[in-house]
Design a protein around this ligand. Structure first.
Ligand code: NAD
Length: 502
């Protein structure tokens, strides 16, 4: 495997309220009611690239959460009352602000969560801007439905803003996953309190700067930094919320659901996955191999990524050989280098989890065909892309979410067996198939138990399409009109044809 040694720590001034990360000033305090708010304590924010402390971030708790929800509630009536076109115009300015700062946002996100700078520059950050621009446009098109005539009565459906939306996000794509909720929530007239991930908290603070510059009124968007148990938990339990959108793991989701249940707050959950990638004997093998190796991009973690490759027995040997050969040519190293394909894992805890998964898989009788451990040349948190075969049915590596650069390969003999294996999971986020047969593509995509099915492609998703997971992978759908279904109180007003004075 080609390697790039991680560079020396970038200029990171971890003192005071402002950290300088990759040359970009990042305020490490909360953003509440249009001003920066401090806490008495901070937590260390480490970079996966070299495990150095790049910022000391203010650690919020129940007080800061209360302040933020109160500010968001105070700002709600005026923001909700703005004509949609005015709100949308402000959100388009937020999109402009993101576009103007793609380079800074990319540099900070890469340093903070270790994902590839090349994908931030080309894809992720432009998509962050789209999360605002798309929903600004979409709100103008969709929020005023034409009246319906029902048995002589006129019925008007209105999408009323719900109130304060709490948004809690994970570390693997912090700004992208936050804004994909913030965009529609604000466009629909809600106000927002965001709790970013403690392992990658910095771009949320830059977003607050962009919001302020774009003229988003004070209190409409708020950020409370902090640890999950200290800042996340009080936010989920706050009685002032009208909606709660959570992206993260299943165990945390259970806690969040229990807390929100006390106030009967509607939830949208985007959770883990154990997504299958099914390769049929009639697939274009070059394409199938490319899609397989794409799963190792970054350092592997991605909720949608194919964790289980299921390959027809006629092809499995050649497919495995080619995937191992191609994956072993990937370049692992510093994600700030444009030609790096695979970076480091986010945190020592996640790294140790990967080591544990491989050890237990081997103890269960599985074989490691590629990787299987730390990249000895790079050290730190660099874990090699790993391919595991011969894992016994029902074993941990085939059933639990790994969320790292580890994938398994299994084989099947018939379409029925492939579907049964693919659906043999508690999760149901996504599934990918490679086949040259359009009829089979229709049949199998219909039979798969997943929120998204990709056929001969991966990761293609329009913001107007629904997104979410079945089973343990989530609750609800967002995207397009489904976002507005969640972030609004939908009202039907029925006007009788009789009883009018004039
Ligand atoms: P996590 O559940 O540990 O943390 C997610 C967020 O919840 C963080 O901001 C954390 O601070 C907060 N949190 C922790 N404890 C809390 C509590 N008691 N109350 C409220 N908030 C709390 O998840 P993670 O390790 O950051 O992220 C990885 C997980 O996210 C994986 O399971 C992955 O599949 C999932 N994920 C899902 C999607 C999707 O779209 N379905 C996208 C990305 C990641």
């Amino acid at each position: 495997m080609t390697q790039h040694a991680p560079g020396a720590s970038s200029a990171a001034d971890a003192s005071g309220d402002v950290a300088v990360v990759e040359g970009v000033e990042v305020d490490t305090r909360h953003w509440i009611g249009g001003r920066r708010v401090s806490s008495a304590t901070t937590f260390d924010d480490l970079s996966p690239i070299d495990e150095s402390v790049i910022a000391r971030v203010h650690a919020g708790g129940a007080d800061e959460v209360n302040l933020a929800v109160t500010a968001a509630r105070a700002a709600f009536p005026a923001w909700a009352a703005l004509p949609v076109a005015e709100r949308s115009a402000i959100l388009r300015r937020v999109a402009d602000g993101v576009e103007a700062r793609v380079e800074e946002l990319s540099r900070v996100e890469t340093r903070d969560n270790g994902s590839l700078i090349r994908s931030h520059r080309r894809g992720v950050m432009p998509r962050v801007a789209m999360n605002f621009r798309f929903f600004a446009d979409y709100a103008e098109e969709q929020l005023g439905h034409p009246d319906m005539e029902v048995r002589g009565h006129r019925e008007r459906v209105t999408y009323d803003p719900a109130g304060v939306v709490a948004i809690i996000t994970p570390w693997n794509a912090p700004l992208m996953l936050a804004t994909w909720r913030i965009g529609p929530a604000l466009a629909a007239g809600n106000t927002v309190v965001l709790k970013p991930p403690e392992w990658a908290p910095l771009t949320a603070s830059l977003l607050a700067d962009i919001m302020a510059e774009a003229g988003v009124p004070d209190g409409v968007f708020n950020v409370v930094q902090g640890l999950g148990a200290d800042a996340g938990a009080p936010l989920t339990a706050h009685p002032g919320l009208s909606r709660l959108a959570f992206t993260g793991s299943v165990p945390t989701a259970s806690l969040v659901a229990a807390a929100a249940a006390r106030n009967v707050v509607p939830l949208s959950f985007e959770l883990g996955g154990k997504s299958p990638y099914v390769v049929f004997g009639d697939a274009d093998l070059d394409l199938a191999v490319d899609l397989a190796v794409e799963q190792f991009d970054n350092a592997g973690p991605g909720c949608l990524k194919a964790a289980r490759m299921l390959v027809h027995s006629s092809l499995v040997e050649e497919f495995t050989e080619r995937v191992v050969a191609k994956a072993s040519r990937l370049t692992q190293g510093d994600p700030r280098d444009d030609d790096t394909d695979v970076a480091a894992l986010i945190h020592r805890r996640q790294f140790d989890q990967m080591v544990g998964f491989v050890e237990r898989a081997k103890a269960d009788g599985a074989r490691v065909l590629l990787g299987g451990g730390p990249n000895a040349d790079l050290g730190g948190l660099y874990f090699q892309p790993t391919i595991i075969v011969d894992a016994p049915p029902g074993s941990e590596i085939l059933t639990e979410e790994v969320f790292g650069p580890i994938t398994t390969i299994e084989s099947f003999d018939s379409e029925e067996e492939a579907v049964a294996l693919a659906n043999d999971t508690r999760f149901g986020l996504a599934a990918t198939l490679a086949t040259g047969n359009p009829d089979r593509a229709e049949r199998v995509s219909a039979a798969l138990d997943a929120g998204t099915v990709w056929v001969n492609c991966f990761f293609v998703r329009d913001l107007g399409a629904p997104f979410g997971g079945n089973g343990r992978s989530g609750i609800g759908r967002e995207g397009g009109i489904w976002s507005f279904d969640f972030y609004t109180d939908i009202k039907n007003s029925v006007f009788s044809p009789t009883g009018w004075k004039e």
